[in-house]
Design a protein around this ligand. Structure first.
Ligand code: ADP
Ligand code: ZN
Length: 736
């Protein structure tokens, strides 16, 4: 199928006409242009590629027609090492084809640190040239002892290690204790030494050790295989997949662990360190360029390492991958929602397949997709049924809000308040879960009943009281909390409605003035360091009541936490979203899994106005199998994923009438493909987003239909004006 699948050619001699994909959005089908090379090179090489007045990164994908002649522009080599493996090239090609994306944009994700390709300016490093006893002061002796046997380090690294000042280091050079030499600033630190990785199967439980052995064996076999590591919260899934990672490192290969929430990476780093004796290399958008450069270079050079990263880490050009792990594989954060709309979990499976390595999808609440794949024999299903150590599963119960409602403008019902009081009396911690950021999700003018909406989007503005602002969670718009109604101009009548975590915190401080509380949401916990601080405070018993959004549900271990109160278990149950029930079940199971993870038993109380709902009933009766069976049956009946396929086509632009006009033309051009249903056009649920109106189509088909081909031929027949954007969303996970 593929234009950039590697062709079997050895070295391409200089001056040969070649095809190159520049890392940018070119309209051509294969995204490639013809060039010449000024040096001999290989297919897969990354080259400096002139494009108009710019120079971009390009990928050499094959030979061009010889008749192209000598008028072609030349590309030049960055470095012979910077060459994508054939499987990586195939991977990029497949991703572009699967998501109907421009190959250049997919390549851009794999070359996301352009500065990594260029040589760094050298900087100055210092190394020891004397023994510690040659120094006169104890301080200097300590510095020498600390640096002895190390490669030259930069001044800032030495400062961080020893606390020495720049002037001390200079003086030590003058005195012949240290020498200054030019170095590359990013020489790789923290490299695993495979000799030092210990076996630890002995300390695993039987259940864990069986699973770990199976995974490690698959890594050693160097073949594609997919595993669904499906174990209850606290069963030790991380400990288990670490053994597969260990096997990869022992074989001198690279291990990639994709994490759903990189703000929580510090605890993860520490666990890696405890297991392996070195830290993983992190990868996410918040890193400095020089850190990213170092990881990217080590990836493409095949240096053995563990990379723990956000979804974009999947596009690192690993030369020597040994295993991929997707932790919390059910999480929707693995799905990118703008730019190239890819699902990192699905593409990780593809990547493992193309690279002939095993992949491990880990979760306590696997996605229906993965469960069905396991059932059909595509994945090996490994289950861990019990929690590690003394911990049992928590006890769950519903609080029926129609019987025991909270008071007016309060959100904690009497039974939940009692349970919190009891936990506090026994010096245990409680977690109140409410998946709503800010103070109140909506504000209303009491005089004209008008709701305050975003000027750019068709959504309500959310009150953030501590910041004194109204915020749009879609476009980032913010404004002062208004004293006058924008609609009827009445003063002082605007009233926040409903609770967010901030408002819940207010109620907690009124009801439990003695208790120390902390909010855990993405508005407060903005960096890994803040998350770490928060966890430390919880571990050191400096917090009695944690109030958190979904961020708190993800994989933390709080030993003294015994009570989880879910303030609104119905959130997310009412929606029309295909996955509403599944997501709710996953989230509530994960939150519940925070309770009672050590010796003391846990209790989970869920406040609800819909106690009979399927999700809640299966949760309190611990009937996962029943829930999954019912969910599968419903999807099967409706021919929805994972039994059918979906794709969305979204038009957006400033002029809604025009969008509808084009949408109707598109319907006229719909050629009626067998087995495919076209739904729409309809205004999107989020009709206005960032000042653009949106109109949606949904295509629904049987499992084996090539929807990509259907969409390509359909859209090829329609001229869409440049003022209108047309996005295709293959296997969509959100429908707003
Ligand atoms: P999961 O990912 O399944 O929720 P974790 O791997 O986070 O579970 O394990 C839960 C807790 O139990 C962690 O603190 C972990 O260190 C501990 N644990 C699990 N298995 C073992 C083991 N075999 N030896 C020591 N500690 C373990
Ligand atoms: Zn907005």
């Amino acid at each position: 199928m593929s234009s950039h699948a590697p062709q079997a050619v050895g070295i391409i001699p200089e001056n040969t006409p070649i095809r190159v994909v520049p890392a940018t959005a070119l309209p051509h089908l294969d995204g490639a242009l013809s060039y010449r090379c000024d040096t001999p090179l290989h297919i897969g090489q990354l080259v400096a590629t002139p494009l108009g007045k710019r120079q971009v990164v390009g990928l050499v994908i094959g030979l061009a027609d010889a008749s192209a002649g000598m008028t072609l522009k030349t590309v030049s080599l960055f470095h012979a090492d910077y060459r994508l493996t054939p499987d990586m090239q195939q991977f990029l090609d497949w991703v572009a084809k699967w998501y109907l994306e421009k190959p250049g944009l997919v390549l851009k994700m794999a070359s996301s640190v352009p500065s990594a390709l260029k040589d760094d300016a050298l900087s100055i490093g210092y190394h020891v040239i004397a023994s510690p006893d040659q120094a006169k002061t104890e301080r200097r002796q300590n510095i020498l002892a600390e640096l002895a046997g190390k490669l030259p380090e930069t001044l800032s690294a030495i400062r961080a290690m020893t606390g020495a000042t720049a002037s001390t280091i200079k003086a030590m050079c003058d005195d012949g204790l240290l020498a200054a030499v030019p170095i590359r600033p990013d020489h790789s630190a923290n490299q695993p030494d495979h000799m030092t990785i210990q076996d630890r199967l002995k300390s695993l439980t039987d259940e864990q050790s069986d699973a770990a052995k199976t995974l490690a064996k698959a890594v050693t076999a160097k073949q594609y295989s997919a595993f669904l590591l499906d174990g209850v919260t606290g069963s030790g899934k991380t400990e288990v997949y670490f053994e597969a990672v260990a096997a990869a490192l022992k074989a001198g290969r690279q291990a990639l662990i994709l994490l759903p929430e990189i703000a929580l990476s510090q605890a993860f780093e520490r666990r890696c360190y405890e297991r392996f004796g070195f830290r993983p290399r992190l990868w996410h958008s918040g890193l400095t360029d020089s850190r990213r450069r170092a990881v990217w270079r080590d990836a493409i050079r095949g240096v053995p390492m563990i990379v723990a990263g956000a979804r974009s880490a999947l596009f690192l050009p690993f030369k020597n991958p040994g295993v991929i792990v997707v932790d919390e594989e059910h999480e929707l954060s693995f799905r990118q929602q703008d730019g190239v709309r890819y699902h990192a979990r699905d593409m990780a499976v593809l990547r493992a397949h193309l690279s002939h390595i095993p992949i491990i999808l880990s979760s306590a609440t696997p996605s229906l997709e993965s469960l069905v794949n396991a059932e059909q024999g595509k994945y090996h299903h490994i289950r861990l049924m019990s929690r590690y150590g003394a911990a049992g599963m928590p006890d769950m119960a519903l609080i029926d809000l129609s019987k025991t409602p909270a008071e007016r403008r309060r959100w904690l019902s009497p039974p939940l308040v009692d349970a919190i009081s009891k936990a506090l009396e026994q010096k245990e911690q409680a977690l109140l879960f409410l998946n709503r950021r800010g103070y109140a999700p909506m504000s209303l003018c009491l005089s004209c009943r008008e709701r305050i909406v975003c000027p750019n989007c068709s959504t309500w503005l959310v009150t953030h009281k501590s910041a004194g602002e109204l915020r749009c969670h879609h476009c980032g718009h913010n404004s002062q909390f208004p004293s006058i109604c924008p609609s009827c101009k009445t003063e002082g009548m605007i009233m926040p409605c409903g609770p967010g975590v901030e408002r819940l915190a207010e109620e907690v401080s009124i009801r439990f003035p003695e208790a120390r509380q902390g909010i855990f949401s993405s508005d407060v916990i903005t960096t890994p360091a803040l998350a770490e601080q928060f966890f430390n405070a919880v571990h050191n018993d400096e917090i009695d009541i944690i109030i958190g959004t979904q961020m708190v549900a993800k994989g933390h271990h709080f030993p003294d936490l015994t009570l989880v109160g879910v303030v609104d278990a119905d959130l997310g149950l009412g929606g029309a979203d295909l996955r509403g029930g599944e997501l709710s079940w996953q989230l509530l199971t994960q939150v519940a899994g925070r309770a009672g993870r050590a010796e003391r038993p846990g209790k989970v109380l869920l406040q609800t106005a819909m106690p009979e709902s399927m999700v809640l009933q299966s949760l309190i009766h611990d009937d996962r199998d029943g829930f999954i069976a019912a969910e599968k049956a419903a999807r099967k009946d409706a021919a929805m994923p994972p039994y059918g396929r979906l794709a969305a086509v979204i038009l957006s632009g400033r002029d809604e009438a025009r969008l509808m006009l084009i949408a109707r033309q598109m319907v006229d051009h719909w050629p009626n493909f067998d087995g495919v249903t076209l739904l729409g056009p309809a205004p999107a649920p989020l009709r206005l987003l960032r000042r653009n109106y949106r109109v949606r189509f949904l295509l629904k088909s049987e499992r084996d239909v090539n929807l990509q081909r259907v969409i390509t031929s359909w859209l090829a027949a329609i001229a869409i004006p440049s003022a209108v954007s047309c996005q295709v969303d293959i296997d969509p996970v959100s429908f707003f």
